[in-house]
Design a protein around this ligand. Sequence first.
Ligand code: UN1
Length: 507
Amino acid sequence: VSSAPASVADEARAILARLGVPDSAFAPGGRPARSPITGEVIAHVRETTPDEAKAAIGRADAAFKAWRKIPAPRRGEFIRLLGEELRATKDDLGRLVTLEAGKIVSEGLGEVQEMIDICDFAVGLSRQLYGLTIATERADHRMMETWHPVGVCGVISAFNFPVAVWSWNAALALVCGDSVVWKPSEKTLLTALATHAIVERAAKRFGGVPEGLCEVILGGREIGEILVEDHRVPVLSATGSTAMGRQVGPKLAERFARAILELGGNNAAIVAPSADLDLALRGIAFAAMGTAGQRCTTLRRLFVHESVYDSLVPRLAKVYGSVKIGDPRETGTLVGPLIDQAAFDGMERALDEARAAGGKVHGGGRYTDVAGDGVYARPALVEMPGQTGPVTRETFAPILYVMRYSSFDEVIELHNAVGAGLSSSIFTLNMREAEAFISATGSDCGIANVNIGPSGAEIGGAFGGEKETGGGRESGSDSWKAYMRRATNTVNYGNTLPLAQGVKFDV
Ligand code: UN1
């Protein structure tokens, strides 16, 4: 039995109190917030009613109208303070991520670090919201583009990155002059409440943050729909399944709102003949089993060249057999619980299908050597005869399908032959293969890596993917542009009126 504290609930409640989450956030009949570690209920959270959600959007819209007038570098100061508050509360918030989402301790902390990083990025950005000055064809004219705040930014986030994904969107949206209404996953309400309390601390220190600048609305799908359908929300970032995106996307399109969709992934890695197999082994293990297979960037398909298959796959199977599964609070644990029973059932179904399609399964099944009612799975490595059955879809659980390949062209084709297009990687020391993989004719994903796995991106790059992943980009590079509107301005400082394209119109 572990040396970890007996009650997840007690520890979580102490953190919530320390961070200043008010008692009014909880109510006896509210939605139970469960810990996947033990299955115990930590608290009952008061949900937002539809009327309250609409009122929150109204407050955010009013806040936007005041916030857009504050100079961007000053808005950056608010995010700088938020970054400071996150640094001060990193241990508590990271621990709460562990308690509520079941991530191992270093991943819980890593998630908060990702929030801090995006705050730093956004602070710098607050002085770099540049437009261009463009050559004009007319004499004594100047043409330029300017970027303006756009309005309320809605954020719908998933359980697996319960706080970082909000921060990628919120930190950028706020320096861009937008307000933010956040609908977190109904499975991770506590981390959302805690984050909101940390935002309040920063707001207090900043002084003069308009009421409603950062709103949180809590509930199920019907609450998310309010955000999707409200015309006062011109940009909405939604993270979740492709099925969710298929519902949300058309509704946003119908009212011409901007969608930032970050949907499913079915990420692959290729292990080429020249690969450094020790390095590949470690990269694959983290990408496939880390976060218990519950990242949208998780490695799900592995293509191994026939010349190295027999040296790599048995070693990998050994790692699968020895990886430490269990309470994510315990030192040494690498694979924590699945979020709930439904996730386990989905994993079992996929493994049954894989077996029926001729797959040889190593590992898999329920892991029971843990106290409490958490749902723990043994990660599964499945040797498949080809890319069939469950291999072509995302199952949000630790299953890695392994296949042999013989030629580079063939493997690129197989790599790209699935619906999702989020992340990808190749392990090779051959520069021709490495470059070809990341070229126009290589991986068709939004993220393509060489000699690292597909997961664990840092915030400086744009994050997102193509095809059924939805096409959105968040976090680094120029992703900020999605949170602003661009205006092209032409100014005539002469005393004649030349028309573009040589048009004559003399009155
Ligand atoms: C997600 O799983 O929704 O690249 C986001 C990664 C993390 C983010 C994952 N930085 O794996």
